[in-house]
Design a protein around this ligand. Structure first.
Ligand code: HEM
Length: 375
C-alpha cells in the first residue's frame, strides 16, 4: 500500500524543491530597487492627483505648464504598469521563503515576516486594482476603488520604508553576479519595457501604433478624441432649444441660449484632455472664455471660487470648482466646438469646460450652470 506523505516531512522538503540557482540576494535586491523606483513614482504622482482633485486649503495647483497633469498622471499609470512584470519577478525571486521551515524563529523574525506579508499584499493590491480600474472592470472591485487604492498606497509606502530599514544592512556590495542571473534581470527589464511600449501610446501619441494593450488611444473616439464617460452612462439626454446656461455672479444672473453663447466673442485653444486613468489627447477647442462670462455678471476680478454644474443628474463629477485664477485664465473656455464642429454629445454638447492643466474628470461636460461663490 502506498502511504500518503507525512505533511511535516513534505513542508520541510519544500524549500529544496523550489530551489533555483538563478535566485540570489543580488537579483532580489536589484529587482527591489527598480520596483522601489516605480512605486515611488506611483506614490508621489498618485498623492499629487488626489490633491489636485480634492485640494485642501493650503494646496493650489497651477494652470501652467498646461501639460503638467498629463505628464504626472501618464507617469503614474505607466510606472504602475511597468511594475507588473517587476513585481512578478520579485515575488518569483523570493517566494520559496514562504515555505521556510520553521516559519518563524522568534519575535524579530515574526515581525519581519508580518511586514513582508503586508508589503506583498499591499503591492499586489495596488497593482491589481489600478489595472482593473484602467481596464474599466469596476464590477470586479466590490469596494470604493479610490478610497481603497489611496489608503493602501500609504500602507505600501510605510511597509516599503520598514522593509528598506530592515534589509539595508544586508545590502553590502555582493560578489559580481553570474551571467545567468544578469540575464534574468535583463528579462524582467525587457518585460517592463514591453508593457510600457504596449500601453504608453495612450498618452504618447507617436507610440500609439505599437500600443496594442492601451485601453484608449489618441485619435480614436467621437471627433477623433477618446471619451471615458458617455452621455448615456451619465444619463444625459441631448439638450433641445429650451436649453439655457445659467451664469450667476455678484452682478446678477444671465440665462444664455446656445445662440447667445455663439454671439459672444469666440476664442480657440489647443489643450489636452488628460484623464485620471492615464490616457490623454490634445484637441482644438473653441467657444467663450469663462472670463467673458464672469464679466457679464460683474465678476471679472473675482477672488471667489467658481462652481461649474452639469446637466448630469448625479455622480461625483456632476460639478467641479475652479479657483479664481484658473477661472479668469484666458485659456479657460466654455467650449462649444471641437475642431470645426459642434461638440459631440459624448464630449459635452451643448458646452463643456476646458481649462489648462486640469484632470479630465474636472473638465465638466454638458454645462448647465456657472456660479461665482457668494461672500
Ligand atoms: C498598475 C498599477 C497602477 C495603476 C494602473 C494605477 C492607476 C490609478 C488610477 C487610474 C488612478 C486615478 C483614479 C481616479 O482618480 O479616478 C490612481 C490613483 C492613485 N494611485 Fe494608482 N495605479 C497603480 C499603482 C499604484 C501604486 C503602486 C500606488 C502607490 C505606491 C498608487 C497610488 C495611487 C494614489 C495615492 C492615487 C490617488 C487616489 C485618489 O485620488 O484618492 N497607484 N491610480
Amino acid at each position: 500500500m502506498v502511504r500518503p506523505p507525512d505533511p511535516l516531512t513534505l513542508a520541510r522538503s519544500l524549500p529544496r524543491r523550489f530551489t533555483s540557482p538563478l535566485r540570489s540576494p543580488w537579483l532580489t535586491a536589484r529587482l527591489g530597487m527598480w520596483l522601489g523606483i516605480a512605486f515611488g513614482v506611483c506614490f508621489l504622482t498618485g498623492v499629487l492627483s488626489h490633491l489636485v482633485q480634492h485640494p485642501p486649503g493650503w494646496f493650489h495647483w497651477p494652470s501652467r505648464p498646461v501639460q503638467l497633469y498629463r505628464v504626472t498622471q501618464g507617469l503614474h499609470v505607466a510606472s504602475g504598469l511597468a511594475a507588473v512584470p517587476l513585481l512578478t519577478a520579485k515575488i518569483w525571486s523570493v517566494y520559496p521563503r514562504l515555505f521556510a521551515w520553521p516559519p518563524v524563529r522568534g519575535i524579530g523574525s515574526a515581525l519581519d515576516r508580518a511586514a513582508v506579508g503586508l508589503l506583498s499584499a499591499a503591492a499586489v493590491f495596488e497593482v491589481v486594482t489600478g489595472v482593473l480600474n484602467i481596464a474599466y472592470w469596476y464590477s470586479a472591485m466590490p469596494f470604493g476603488f479610490l478610497g481603497a487604492h489611496y489608503w493602501t498606497a500609504y500602507l505600501l509606502a510605510g511597509a516599503v520604508l520598514l522593509h528598506l530599514a530592515a534589509k539595508l544592512p544586508a545590502l553590502r556590495p555582493a560578489a559580481p553576479p553570474d551571467p545567468a542571473r544578469r540575464r534574468v534581470l535583463a528579462l524582467a527589464g525587457a518585460a517592463a519595457a514591453t508593457v510600457t511600449a504596449a500601453t504608453v501610446g495612450q498618452t504618447v501619441a507617436p507610440l500609439r501604433r505599437v500600443s496594442l494593450l492601451a485601453p484608449r488611444l489618441p485619435g480614436v473616439g467621437p471627433q477623433g478624441l477618446p471619451v471615458n464617460k458617455t452621455a448615456a452612462a451619465a444619463r444625459v439626454a441631448r439638450a433641445d432649444a429650451s436649453y439655457r446656461l445659467l451664469v450667476t455672479g455678484p452682478g446678477g444672473r444671465h440665462a444664455l441660449s446656445l445662440a447667445d453663447l455663439e454671439r459672444l466673442p469666440q476664442a480657440s485653444v489647443e489643450l489636452p484632455i488628460a484623464c485620471v486613468e492615464g490616457w490623454s489627447a490634445t484637441g482644438t477647442w473653441s467657444g467663450v472664455r469663462l472670463a467673458d462670462l464672469l464679466r457679464l455678471v460683474g465678476a471679472e476680478h473675482t477672488d471667489r471660487p467658481v462652481r461649474v454644474e452639469s446637466l448630469q443628474p448625479d455622480g461625483p463629477y456632476r460639478e467641479s470648482v475652479l479657483d479664481p485664477g484658473p477661472a479668469r485664465d484666458p485659456l479657460t473656455l466654455i467650449a462649444l466646438r471641437l475642431g470645426h464642429e459642434p461638440l459631440h454629445l459624448d464630449h459635452g454638447y451643448p458646452c463643456r469646460l476646458i481649462a489648462p492643466n486640469r484632470p479630465g474628470v474636472l473638465q465638466t461636460k454638458w454645462v448647465a450652470a456657472i456660479t461665482v461663490a457668494p461672500r
